[in-house]
Design a protein around this ligand. Sequence first.
Ligand SMILES: [Fe+2]
Length: 251
Amino acid sequence: MVIKKTQQKKLKEEIKIDIESKEESKNIISEKTKMADVILSNNKLMFVLPRFGLKFGMGEKNVKELCEEADVPSSLFLLVCNVYSDPEYKPSQAALHSFNLADLLVYLHNSHSDYLDVRIPAVQRKIMKLAELCGNKGTVLIKFFDEYIREVKKHFSYEESKVFPYIEKLLTNGKQKDFNIATYQKNHTDIEDKLTELKNILIKYVPQVSLEVHREALLDLFLFEDDLDRHSLIENRIVVPLVSEIENTTK
Ligand SMILES: [Fe+2]
């Protein structure tokens, strides 16, 4: 059977529509979804809420209503939710251009503050509690943890002092000569190696004195790692392409 060119084109279009509708149905969170259900569908999203100024006690309100109240673009909120819910998520061009980049910078800045002021001290308390039970091995654990946190802080500090101000200037004053996003991309090294070492120490070498304390420290570390991974995905898959596009179209 010979399929004519017009039939082939129609077939391709139908396959494309089918793939797109399947992709759409994967992203089950929408503006109409109740915010409580957003958290129930993926509990890791409870860490995202405060970075948008959203609070618990939201009752039956949906995403659209709460985002409007908090003056948050719901398209940006949904984009971040999608990154947290699907590690393979690649935003469409429409999703990438559905919000202001400046609003995303606010979210990333709030995330850094949340890591520094809340998440890191919380993990630190649990690591210290475990270390206190473990004598000499505890000292090694604290040393590794301190080194890891130092690297994480250096990473945030580079973005806060160099990258974000650069993007802000690019958005308001046009092209900047002293920096470009490709430099950031090159320097955006992951901080996973040290974390893997730290997890290995906890799992393989720190003796189990208290199962509860050991498990709590490890669980917090896993949650922190997962959150940081998603944070990096947002920077690599959303910030970098958007800024690069602006650089290429701005004089
Ligand atoms: Fe960051």
